[in-house]
Write a protein that binds this ligand. Structure first.
Ligand SMILES: CSC[C@H]1O[C@H](OP(=O)(O)O)[C@H](O)[C@@H]1O
Ligand code: HPA
Length: 248
């Protein structure tokens, strides 16, 4: 049961990963974001992929999501955890907090978002009632509880197009829609994993209050500072999740 981790902003590599190899891949959809890195985390083998490339150079709307997910399937990944930096919209989603969202709303556009685009004979509609695989979500939440890592169990991730951050009015609209978190990469990543029948869950690390939630502009310095704290907890959570898989 090989776990794959897709790391985003603030998680281009995992220091604690004992790297055993890496592989570049061509896919029918073009090149993935980076070479796939094979390694062991707490004795458990896994595959790591840097969503924005390593070094971080691909903006969210230019990521080849189809190649990334297809490559993971080809390499034998059995499940995927996507780690994402997000803006916090709900009062409980403050900087450096971690959430395991249960739902999402897709505001992105113009992205290659399906593997079934060219198959005119078989129109395929995947079920997406629960966009994040409930059993994998549960495992992460339980691992967090066992390790004493504070996470918010649930919430709605809203995926915007980027690369710019949102306006105050856009965030107000998203809050009205029920979004608790805002990021730019959650879709089509989650849907593509579902199309290939790969269980998928998301660990969201809050980098900043979303636009207008508190006064002032959003700065990269603030984002980097919060991610430094939040990502070290996210890595501890990944380690706890991997250990729980070994134990189970
Ligand atoms: C101002 S940082 C925005 C950048 O960070 C997030 O990336 P990821 O989801 O890969 O961690 C967000 O989606 C944007 O791409
Ligand atoms: O405020 C944000 N908006 C969208 N994506 C983000 N990723 C980190 N922070 C944000």
């Amino acid at each position: 049961m090989t776990l794959a981790i897709i790391g985003g902003t603030g998680l281009t590599r995992i220091e604690a990963l004992n790297i055993t190899g890496q592989q570049e891949l061509e896919t029918p959809f073009g090149p993935p974001s980076a070479p796939y890195v094979f390694g062991e985390l707490n004795g458990q083998s896994l595959i790591f992929l840097a969503r924005h490339g390593n070094p971080h150079r691909i903006p969210p709307h230019k990521i080849n999501y189809r190649a990334n997910i297809w490559g993971l399937k080809q390499l034998g990944a059995a499940e995927i955890i996507g780690v994402a930096a997000v803006g916090g919209i709900s009062p409980s989603m403050g900087p450096a907090k971690i959430a395991i969202p249960a739902q999402l709303i897709d505001y992105s556009y113009g992205r290659e978002h399906t593997f079934f685009a060219d198959d005119l004979e078989h129109v395929t509609h995947i079920d997406f009632t629960e966009p994040y695989t409930p059993s994998l979500r549960r495992r992460i939440v339980q691992a967090a509880a066992a390790a004493g890592i504070e996470v918010y169990d649930g919430g709605v991730y809203g995926c915007t197009q980027g690369p710019r951050l949102e306006t105050v009015a856009e965030i107000k609209r998203m809050a009205n829609d029920g979004c608790d978190l805002v990021g730019m990469t959650g879709m089509p990543e989650a849907a593509l994993a579902r199309e290939l029948e790969l269980p998928y869950a998301n660990i969201s690390v809050v980098a900043n209050w979303a636009a207008g939630i508190v006064d002032g502009e959003i700065t990269m310095a603030e984002i980097e500072k919060n991610l430094l704290a939040g990502m070290s907890n996210a890595i501890a959570l990944l380690q706890a999740t991997v250990l729980s898989a070994t134990a189970g």
